[in-house]
Design a protein around this ligand. Structure first.
Ligand code: MRU
Length: 323
């Protein structure tokens, strides 16, 4: 499954705001539309944001737009996911070398999807038959294409005949777990249960969770990981209960320019995402809310980072820079 593709000069996206109740395709005809789709989370998930931005650059190039302007429009959408900046720089460099922007964007999308397949191969070895795996947010096909990142080892284990079970954190406030990961698990036929975000500790302490696998939005040189808000809590509770905590991400998510997670910009979204559920206000009128979209999990809580080139300890991230 592809969450985003380029057809007849239009960037087409599965509208992830509408899933799982409605399956609709959003069509972006200009780089401004593409920027809107990223900002408003028609598309979301770090690698998918990167692929969408690459197509946005290709579209701007076909429309003979000022490419510096297109770059800026797409860059100023969401601040945390490193893949966005990685993809934009890949496109800008390729275009400046005289490359065909459409071919470059397709090449970028294909390469990220292939990297996720390799993440699946590398991560699958960590999953034993009978494992119950907890995941947070959606780091699945909707966030990348085909395999996903955190879901790649899960899908691979399932396809290899291992009996597995997935705990799906609902992931307030935008419910990427309950709406999107559960939908993907259902499509694939993987046994799963959705749990309220605050139930994860309960199941971990009861011995119901064998490992945690999450995705990442940005990984700093010291192995600190920014991911969906709530990831930090899961990592601390997993550590407390001796449960391995893995992060799955392609190298495009690593930001080697940052020495620690403290330097990762954290997006704060509208308080309405907390105060309302769909169109329904759930909080008293007059109450305010805060809505950080991501948090940073310190490296010390992370057992390993599953990438397309192998599984690494967070302390080994620095050496990946040289590769
Ligand atoms: O706000 P979102 O839905 O874009 O956040 C997505 C996440 O935090 C994912 O876990 C992360 O991007 C990894 S996606 C392969």
């Amino acid at each position: 499954m592809r969450a985003v593709w380029f057809e007849d000069r239009i960037v087409k996206l599965i509208d992830q705001r509408k899933l799982p109740l409605h399956f609709e395709i959003f069509e972006a005809s200009t780089p401004e539309d593409v920027a809107f789709a990223i900002k408003e989370m028609v598309v979301r998930g770090a690698p998918a944001i990167g692929i969408t931005a690459a197509y946005g650059m290709a579209q701007g190039w076909l429309q003979r737009r000022n490419m510096d302007e297109v770059f800026e429009i797409l860059k100023n959408t969401r601040p945390t996911a490193h893949d966005l900046f990685y993809a934009l720089n890949f496109m800008r460099e390729g275009i400046s070398r005289g490359g065909d922007a459409v071919k470059l964007a397709e090449e970028y999308a294909e390469s990220i999807i292939e990297k996720c397949r390799k993440i699946g191969e590398n991560g699958e070895k960590l999953i034993k038959d009978g494992y119950r795996i907890l995941t947070h947010c959606n780091a699945g096909a909707l966030a990348v294409g085909d395999w996903g990142t955190a879901t790649a080892p899960i899908r691979m284990a399932y396809r290899n005949g291992k009996k597995i079970f997935v705990w799906v954190d609902e992931t307030r406030p935008r419910l990427q777990g309950a709406r999107l990961t559960a939908w993907e698990m259902q499509q694939e036929g993987i046994e799963h249960a959705i749990i309220a975000d605050n139930a994860a500790g309960y199941f971990m302490r009861k011995g119901g969770v064998d490992m945690v696998i999450v995705g990442a939005d940005r990984i700093a040189s010291n192995g600190d990981v920014a991911n969906k808000i709530g990831t930090y809590e899961k990592a601390v509770v997993a550590h407390e209960n001796g449960i391995p905590f893995y992060v799955a991400a392609p190298i495009s998510t690593f930001d080697f320019s940052l020495s620690s997670g403290d330097d990762i910009p954290i997006e704060e979204r509208s308080e309405d995402e907390v105060l309302f559920c769909r169109e329904c206000r759930i909080a008293p009128h007059g109450s305010r809310a805060r809505n950080p979209a991501f948090d940073v999990t310190p490296a010390k809580y992370i057992t390993g980072i599953i990438t397309e080139i192998g599984v690494f300890k967070p302390s080994e991230v620095e050496k990946l820079k040289k590769l």
